[in-house]
Design a protein around this ligand. Structure first.
Ligand SMILES: NC(=O)c1ccc[n+]([C@@H]2O[C@H](COP(=O)([O-])OP(=O)(O)OC[C@H]3O[C@@H](n4cnc5c(N)ncnc54)[C@H](O)[C@@H]3O)[C@@H](O)[C@H]2O)c1
Ligand SMILES: N/C(=C\C=C\C=O)C(=O)O
Length: 495
């Protein structure tokens, strides 16, 4: 929910950050709201087309400045200083992330901020070990030619991020972009402006030249997001967010034929076989269904359980869901947070109502928890589990992005695979089984970008990360980001 500055206290003002300095804009700033309480905690400047143009120009100028002349080793050293700079201000980053998202301190301090720093380390490592191809090529005249690959930065990259893992997803793009010599104009979600703004200060302190990293704040359509993706001097667009937003951005990218790197929506399935380690499957599925209040793209909203253990699994997951503790995000025993906004909570509650109206069996949840003030003003919903809905129910086909999941039984492996693949999305899956051959077989059969076996959200940042089908375009991580963040030229020299 965003209201004008007039209604918002002047507590914290977030401005844009262009060419190494804060920049304000003329549009009325919008309010930043704490989702745990619904209270306004500050306000944010909204970029117009002129501000976005200023940022893109600064990024273009920086490409031709000292940044473009640094060696890989010098850029790697700067990336490591960025990681260290985030860690040096760890408490500030955690507090800002918690304030913007309402997520529990335990989550922001163990996932969001540590990964926000680690993303810079992994791409600094990548620079130290990266290589390109070379060939000694026989020529028709009996001579030899040398062919070698030469990677150059793609140029000015537009980076547009969502609100669920704000710093983690921002540096997951900024780190490879800078590692490979590009400059960036980033737009964090309007819901979560704070940690990216702190990152701008860390950039300055780490000696990143002015204009290499620029931040513009605002919304999508008719705001910073649209102006940035439509700017003709942007050479590539990397975006994480909803699939339908990706469609709109792809249309903008088509003008000028700019490449895109997309991490989009999902409707991920877990497949639980009777021979699994049930304790591990319950613990892992509790995380995949309810972590970050279900606001994780890799999260599980569809669970298929082999019939012999179905009733036990449902009872155990119910017990785990009911043990989650909503509360003050900064309280040590809080393990469950609110949704990001009133609008998103209304969306999730509309699916809760839909499930009820379609006759779902509500195993647990389905409503709003009653919490004391000031939390009673926040955007809370109950962790929810359903069974008994038909496969074509919207609850089983549309991404809800909330703390809810549907559990259905299956009898045969091929039936479970078909159910998991029955989706326009293909982001992630988790498979729980004690049979090693089956693990490999099923992981090869489910059409996703990331398949976890007997685990979930276990990440080696060198591996390929991304979505199949309508869940994404391209892969990030390790060497895989090279395809988007660099141009690869072949040089052929007749010797
Ligand atoms: N695949 C992944 O790795 C991944 C990771 C996290 C979130 N997501 C997805 O993100 C979604 C939730 O995040 P969200 O609600 O912020 O997504 P969203 O698509 O509504 O917004 C994402 C970002 O895009 C901007 N935006 C919106 N419309 C735009 C437009 N027309 N032009 C340019 N920019 C525009 C927004 O301001 C925001 O910064 C879910 O669908 C989730 O699955 C995917
Ligand atoms: N991109 C990553 C996680 C995405 C989570 C989505 O909500 C990652 O772990 O690198």
């Amino acid at each position: 929910m965003n209201i004008t500055a007039a209604q918002a206290p002047a507590s914290s003002v977030i401005t844009h950050y262009i060419a190494g300095r804060p920049v304000t804009s003329s549009r009325p700033p919008f309010a930043n709201v704490d989702p745990a309480t619904g209270q306004v905690v500050g306000h944010v400047h909204e970029a117009d087309a002129g501000i976005v143009d200023m940022a893109v120009r600064a990024a273009r100028d920086a490409l031709h400045g000292p940044w473009g002349r640094l060696t890989d080793g010098e850029r790697a050293a700067i990336l490591r200083r960025l990681a260290d700079g985030i860690r040096a201000r760890f408490d500030e980053f955690v507090a800002a992330e918690v304030r913007d998202t309402g997520k529990p301190y335990s989550l922001a301090s163990h996932l969001d901020i540590p990964r926000g720093a680690a993303n810079f380390d992994v791409f600094a490592d990548q620079l130290a070990h990266g290589a390109t191809e070379a060939f000694r090529s026989p020529t028709p005249d009996g001579g030899i030619a040398l062919n070698y690959g030469l990677r150059t930065p793609r140029g000015v990259i537009a980076v547009i991020c969502p609100w669920n893992l704000p710093l983690l997803l921002m540096t997951w793009k900024v780190a490879p972009a800078l590692a490979f010599g590009n400059t960036v104009v980033v737009k964090p979600s309007e819901e979560t402006p704070s940690t990216t703004t702190l990152l701008a200060e860390v950039m300055n302190d780490a000696g990143v030249p002015p204009g290499v990293f620029n931040v513009v704040h605002g919304f999508g359509p008719d705001s910073a997001g649209q102006y940035l993706t439509e700017h003709p001097d942007v050479n590539g667009i990397t975006f994480t967010g909803e699939t339908r937003t990706g469609t709109a951005i792809m249309k903008a990218a088509a003008v000028g034929v700019r490449p895109v790197s997309f991490e989009l929506g999902g409707k991920n399935a877990a497949v639980v076989f009777a021979d699994c380690d049930l304790d591990a499957a319950i613990a892992g599925t509790t995380r995949s269904a309810f972590l970050n209040s279900g606001q994780v793209c890799l999260g599980t909203e569809r669970i298929y359980v082999e019939r012999p253990i179905f009733d036990t699994f449902v009872a155990r997951l119910k017990q785990a869901a009911e043990a989650l503790r909503p509360g003050d995000p900064n309280a040590g025993d809080t393990t469950f947070g609110p949704l990001i906004s009133k609008a998103h909570r209304d969306k999730v509650l509309s699916y809760y109502a839909r499930a009820r109206n379609e006759g779902a069996s509500i195993v647990t949840g389905g409503g709003v928890p009653s919490l004391p003030a000031p939390l009673s003003g926040g955007w809370w919903v109950e962790p929810t589990i359903w069974t008994g809905l038909p496969a074509d129910s919207a609850v089983l086909t549309e991404e809800i992005f909330g703390p809810c999941c549907h559990i259905a039984p299956f009898d045969r492996e091929d039936e479970a695979i078909a159910a998991a693949n029955d989706s326009p999305y293909g982001l992630a899956t988790s498979i729980w089984t004690g049979d090693l051959s089956r693990a490999h077989r099923v992981a090869a059969a489910i059409e996703v970008g990331v398949a976890w076996v007997n685990c979930w959200f276990l990440r080696d940042l060198r591996t390929a990360f991304g979505g199949a089908k309508q869940s994404g375009i391209g892969r990030e991580g390790g060497v895989h980001g090279l395809e988007f963040y660099t141009e690869l030229r072949n040089v052929c020299i007749k010797l």
